[in-house]
Design a protein around this ligand. Structure first.
Ligand SMILES: Cc1cc2nc3c(=O)[nH]c(=O)nc-3n(C[C@H](O)[C@H](O)[C@H](O)COP(=O)(O)OP(=O)(O)OC[C@H]3O[C@@H](n4cnc5c(N)ncnc54)[C@H](O)[C@@H]3O)c2cc1C
Length: 401
């Protein structure tokens, strides 16, 4: 079958590789000049273990499977990967019950987690400060851009095609065909393409692309910028692997952490502040359309009203390297603003419902012969090969319907 896949991030490429390898005739279209230009190429590079997610959810199931399949894939393809393990640290007694809950959740998800004391934690990370910690052996780091290059090569080897600089503008199912329209970057000349099915993996544009196909996404994508620093040479020798704080269960993605990077060095971050443009990585990047979309969504105001205090803390930390360093020195004492070197930011696509609740789990929407990935936040890079399998079976059902 002829399948049009939209988006050359890790989800689009993993799906395209899977479909091409089973014999489908695959065309991937990507509006940027290269792959992995947005979330996939600007993330923390962590292979998550599956610790945090609600048992039974897609995130828990596909995340835990991805924690096994992603390092296997990377090793087989010669992509840099390391299973270095991580520590989640409770810095005071008040955090220990939440650490315990996390340990139980991890165990329910089949993750190999151990509660350890401060002395053992210091065997792994000599400079860490904690009263207790969780040790997770299966967490790793990987070059996700390299993973995407390997997936793109698989698409091409299996006879598929990837066209860059070509934007998808919408599609309609007409009987047993899907008609899609595309235009090349900088051109308004519309090209029509016919396919048997379409899979749309548009990341930060997911809601708009679904709407352009007549599909109600059920949520709006609100962009949150995640700012990073790199530790300078002296401070980076003080961190061996990955050190995370105990997450707030209401906002598991908040909380800056220290992450050894696969290419060397230690990243610190990210925080999470409302981005003024969906694909804007500098503070000064503003898109009036993106801002209007975010601010006109009642869900954002409801989220803000309920959570103004943690939101304000994130904004303050965004404005002050001293506060950023203070958060990090809760984990490793003595990190100062002088140790922080600004590093490129990422923007998370967070699907937000009208009532102000975050869409927590991975979310697909279907129409006959169409699959739309609406919400694929972290750990979707880790779980990408598993999400691709899930998309494949969802697509087959959408074609048979
Ligand atoms: C700051 C940050 C840190 C993260 N850390 C981790 C981590 O450590 N581990 C982990 O597992 N996950 C992490 N994640 C999450 C992970 O990066 C994402 O879940 C994953 O990359 C999503 O992949 P994607 O393909 O859906 O989206 P993207 O990578 O954003 O790709 C979507 C693609 O669609 C293209 N596109 C959009 N509109 C069109 C159009 N009209 N026509 C053609 N193409 C279009 C875009 O240009 C883009 O290339 C992190 C995310 C962020 C932002």
């Amino acid at each position: 079958m002829r399948v049009l896949v939209v988006g050359a991030g890790i989800i689009g490429l993993a799906t395209a590789a899977r479909l091409a390898q089973r014999g489908d005739d695959v065309l991937v279209v990507e509006k940027e000049p290269d792959l992995a230009q947005h979330q996939t190429g600007r993330n923390s590079g962590v292979i998550h273990s599956g610790l945090y997610y609600a048992p039974g959810s897609l995130k828990a199931r596909l995340g835990a499977a991805g924690a096994r399949s992603m390092p296997e894939f990377a090793r087989a393809q010669g992509v840099d990967v390391e299973t270095c393990g991580k520590l989640v640290v409770a810095v005071d007694d008040a955090e220990v019950p939440r650490l315990q809950v996390l340990a139980e959740r991890g165990a329910a998800n089949g993750v190999d987690v151990r509660m350890i004391g401060p002395a053992e934690a210091r065997d792994y990370e000599p400079e860490v400060s904690c009263v207790a910690a969780l040790r997770v052996e299966s967490t790793g780091i990987v070059d996700y851009r390299g993973v995407c290059q390997a997936l793109a090569a698989q698409v091409l080897d299996a006879g598929g095609e990837i066209r860059y600089g070509l934007a998808f503008r919408g599609a309609r199912t007409e009987g047993t065909q899907v008609r899609a329209w595309l235009d090349a970057a900088g051109s308004t000349d519309r090209q029509d393409v016919a396919a048997d099915a379409v899979v749309v993996c548009g990341g930060l544009q997911a809601d708009r692309l679904a709407t352009s196909c007549g599909v109600d996404p059920g949520a709006r994508i609100v962009p949150f910028r995640g700012e990073y620093f790199e530790l300078g040479p002296a401070a980076s020798t003080r961190v061996r692997g990955l050190i995370y704080p105990v997450p707030d269960p209401r906002f598991p993605f908040l909380g800056v952490h220290l992450t050894k990077m696969i290419g060397g060095g230690v990243h610190a971050g990210p925080n999470a502040v409302l981005a003024l443009a969906r694909e804007g990585y500098r503070r000064r990047d503003v898109s009036v359309t993106d801002m209007a979309d975010a601010l006109s969504w009642p869900g954002l105001w409801r989220l803000g009203a309920r959570n103004w205090a943690p939101g304000a803390r994130e904004v303050a930390r965004s404005m002050s390297a001293a506060l950023f360093a203070q958060s990090l020195s809760r984990l490793v004492p003595g990190i100062t603003p002088d140790d922080l070197v600004p590093a490129p930011a990422g923007v998370r696509a967070q699907a937000l419902k009208r009532d102000g609740s975050l869409v927590d789990d991975f979310l697909l929407r279907t129409r006959p012969r169409q699959v739309h990935v609406i919400n694929a936040p972290s750990p979707a890079a880790t779980a990408s090969l598993e999400i691709a399998k899930h998309i494949e079976s969802t697509l087959d059902a959408a074609v048979a319907a």
